[in-house]
Structure formats: structure tokens, C-alpha cells
Design a binder for this molecule. Sequence first.
Ligand SMILES: NC(=O)c1ccc[n+]([C@@H]2O[C@H](COP(=O)([O-])OP(=O)(O)OC[C@H]3O[C@@H](n4cnc5c(N)ncnc54)[C@H](O)[C@@H]3O)[C@@H](O)[C@H]2O)c1
Ligand SMILES: [Zn+2]
Length: 537
Amino acid sequence: VTIGEVLMASLHNIVLTGFMGTGKSSVGKAVAQLLGWEFLDMDAIIESRTSKTIAEIFAQEGESVFRAMESALCQELAACARVVIATGGGALVSEENRKVMAARGLLVCLNCALDELWPRLQATTDRPMLYTRDRRARIESLLAQRAPAYRSIPRQLDTTGRAITDLAREIVAWWQGAQLQQVVLPVRTPSGEYKIHLGRQLPSGEIIREAGLTGKIGLVSNTTVGALHADRVTDDLRAAGLEVARCLLPDGERYKTLDTLRALYDALIEAELDRDSVIIALGGGVVGDVAGFAAATLLRGVRFVQMPTTLLAMVDSSVGGKVAVDHPRGKNLIGAFKQPELVIADIALLETLPPAEYRSGLAEAIKHGVIAAPSLFEHFERGGRGDELAPLAEAIRVKIEVVQEDPFERGRRAVLNLGHTFGHAIELLSDYRMRHGEAVSIGLVAAARTAEAMGLAKPELAARLVGCLSRHEMPTRLPDYAPEAIWEAMSSDKKRRGGKLRFVLPRAIGDVVITDEVSREIVVDVLSKMRIADKTE
Ligand SMILES: NC(=O)c1ccc[n+]([C@@H]2O[C@H](COP(=O)([O-])OP(=O)(O)OC[C@H]3O[C@@H](n4cnc5c(N)ncnc54)[C@H](O)[C@@H]3O)[C@@H](O)[C@H]2O)c1
Ligand SMILES: [Zn+2]
């Protein structure tokens, strides 16, 4: 399965159709409420846009004009995401309209016995299709006329005598069942290839067994993630016949140290891991980096599996093979390249992730959209979430493509630093009180404004970034640090890392350049203007 196919196969909407009176609106509202989506009623939209009732449109302009409005609206609504749409009763009689709606939505046709419909339709005055003397006969003939079109919809739901909430629950279950549940993304490395399994409630034990990783397992997690998820994962591994020893690290970046690593070596050696053993990292980037470094070095290297549990770890740190611990003089100063045998990214594990951690990963996912995935960026612009299969797959794809091209970080991989040159400086000046993702968010805006100042990008670009990031409650305003201080922080960061002060600048969504041509004057000017703009907003 390619990512394109995943995105195509994802059902972004639920579309309810069927004869008038079958309950499209009331069931639709209940479905929307269950999923936390928006509910849209096509007839109501047409009425409010034309300031006329459907009956008036029929009377004044004729049915064909109304049907043309319906077709245009189908096109428009089909492009939405996370909406429940109730169509007009005749809207999907057209095969073309059905195709448009089914491309990105789950189509459900509601039916109801005529005896139950009749009392509902007997007295209505706002249905132009029923303006006739023998109404019951008219309903029967319309039903017969539309039956072939309705019947061609694969999902049929008989609403006769059933409660609305009950019907809504059934539709939600259909939608969940129809969603693609898993995708496998291959990653080429200098030493071969491995697979990232991305999905919900993945059978981790089976996947690991099938990959031939049958040695004793050292399951490394931290106290927080361990308490939430280690039992389930352990049971799953044991059920697949695997032997598991567990090691829990203390939680936090401040424990990403050689001391923690030493304690971990002790525990793994105590558990008698051997050359056939497998180390599994169950956690965020910190656990992945520490356990990965242990796997790279213990017994000169044992096999390694990542089970990322944060959004950041899924889209960023578990891909690319970099593992490291911090040194008092700087982050990630002691490390290695260690490619995993397998990554199992289970979206269900993200359900316990605190919102601040979710946003932290979202900053990186939005960054990936800006680097090379316009459709992903547009998804976030529309307010779409990052912890769903299709956007996650797309965000991971960007990282895979970049690291495949430059596995040892010699060139192109620098594009992943978009927003990070500014971001790291802001983090540093905040004494690390500002979270990484927040600093990156501000850094993305600063990078776009710098690109604009250098004539590389149009002003709309920064505006789109601000719009997208703030829609997800990410900061875009510059904290009150002197622009000169930010420049100094960037330069000293550069000195520590060695090499030139290099910027990644966006030219457009999906198009970035790496440059070391950015002068102090430009940066100070851009940051000063960002401060003034912030204050006058
Ligand atoms: N190796 C790489 O290429 C790479 C890339 C980017 C970042 N990193 C590293 O990753 C680290 C940051 O990773 P992170 O943002 O995942 O932080 P993290 O690992 O510290 O996790 C964040 C917090 O969330 C908790 N947590 C994790 N999963 C949870 C879950 N499912 N439910 C509830 N709580 C959960 C953790 O216990 C922790 O308190 C940094 O050390 C950074 O240097 C490495
Ligand atoms: Zn980052």
C-alpha cells in the first residue's frame, strides 16, 4: 500500500442519503455528536445561501436549477473532512453525485417502511416534490423511481422502528470498520531495509515474531509509559511465545544521561541478554534514544525495535537511526547511528498522551508538511489532527524520504532543521522553560519571515504558517528577547556544533532551501519587526 492509496482510501466524511423523512438529519446530528464532527444539511445550506426555501427555488427557478445547485454543493462538501452530511432526498439519485460523495466519504442510504414514513410526510408543507393531490400515491411512485439509485449504494440502513442513537452508533461502527487499520512503510538504510508498522491496536507480539526477532526481549520503558502500557505490551509479547525482561527508566529529559545508561546496562546484563536478544524501546524520544544507544553498544550491538509512544517519536525520533544521550555541555553529544529491525507505531498508545506532548509532536509534523508535503500542511490548516493514520503516515513519509537520501546527515538531512535554528536559540534563552515544539513553532514563522525578507517567499507564506499553527494552539509570537540576543544564541549554538550558521528557509509550502547567506542584519531586522508586529496586533 502506498501513502497515496492510504490517503485516497481514508474516509474523511460520512454522507447520509435516502428518501425524505427517513431521518437523515436527526441521525446525522447524532453521528456528528458521537464523533465530535460538524453536521451539514445540504438543503439547509442551499436555503441559507439563496435566502429562499427549497419550495421557492422549485417554484421560481425550476427543479433543474435546484439540481445543478445540489451537484455543485456535492463537489464542495466532498472536499471537506470530518463532517457528517445529510443530502437532499434526490441529491444522490445522480450517479455522478454519488461518485463524488463516495470518493472521500462513507455513503449510507437510510430506508424506512412507508407506513412509518407516511405520518411524517402526510402533513409537511415544505416538500415541493409532494405538491400533488394524491400524496401517498406520489410518494409510492417517487420511491419506486428512486429505488434503483438508492439500492446501488452498498451500505443500507433500515431505520424502521429504531432509535436514533442506536442507528448513529451503528453508522460510527461502520465508519471505523471501513477505515484502513494499518499501513506498512518500508525504510531503506545503508545496511538493508526495515519496516514501520503504523496502525491502531497492532498485534506487536505477532509482528515481532514474524520478523524473526525471537530472542530474549529487553523491554525498556520509563515509569510513566510503563505504568500505562507496559503490561499490555508484555502480555502481547508473551502471548506470542516471547520471553520478556522489563527495565523501567526514570521519566524525563534530565535522565537522558550516561548514568541512566549505566544503570540500564546493569539491568540488561543482569537479565542475561545475549547476542540473539532484542531491545525494545517503548516510549517517547528519550526512551528511544537511551535504549537505542544501549542496543548499539551492548555486546557490540543487539537487535533493536522501536515502539514509539509520543507523536514526536512516531514522526521524528524513531525514524533515521540516530540515538544518543546528553552531556552536561550539550544535548545528544554522545551517540551513534543504530537502525532498528522494526518500528511498531501504535496510534492507540497516543490516547494517553498529554495535550502539551501532542502539540510538541504536532510542531514537527507541521514542519514536515512545510518541507515536502503540501497536502499534509493543508490537512493541518483545515484543523485536521495529527494522531490519525493518514496524516501520520504522510508525516513519517517525509522523514523517511529525507533520511534515506542522507542517512549519515551530510547534506539534505539539514532540511529537517527547518524552524530549529531560531527554535534552539529561543529554547536556550528561555532556559529551556519553553518547550521544544513551541520554540519550533515560533521558529517556523521566523524562518518564513526571513525568507520573505530575502525575497525568497511571498508574505502569504508566513501568514499561512501563523494561521495553521495558531489553529492548533501553537505559539507564533516572539517572546520578549532582544533580537541581538537571539542572534548571539544561534551563533554560539553553531560554534558548539561546529560549522557554519545555516538556515533552512521555506520558499513555499513543500519547498525549502538550505542557505548560509543569511546576514545578522536581516535576522535582527526580521526579529525586530516580529516583535513590533506582535505588540501592535
Ligand atoms: N533520535 C532522533 O533522531 C531524535 C529526533 C528528535 C528528537 N529526539 C529526542 O527525543 C526527545 C524528545 O522526545 P519526546 O518529545 O517523545 O519526549 P519524551 O520521551 O520525554 O516524552 C514526553 C513525555 O511524555 C510521556 N509519555 C510518552 N508517551 C506517553 C503516552 N503514550 N502516554 C502518556 N505519556 C507519555 C513521557 O513519559 C514524557 O514524560 C529529546 O530527547 C530529543 O533529543 C531524538
Ligand atoms: Zn525538533
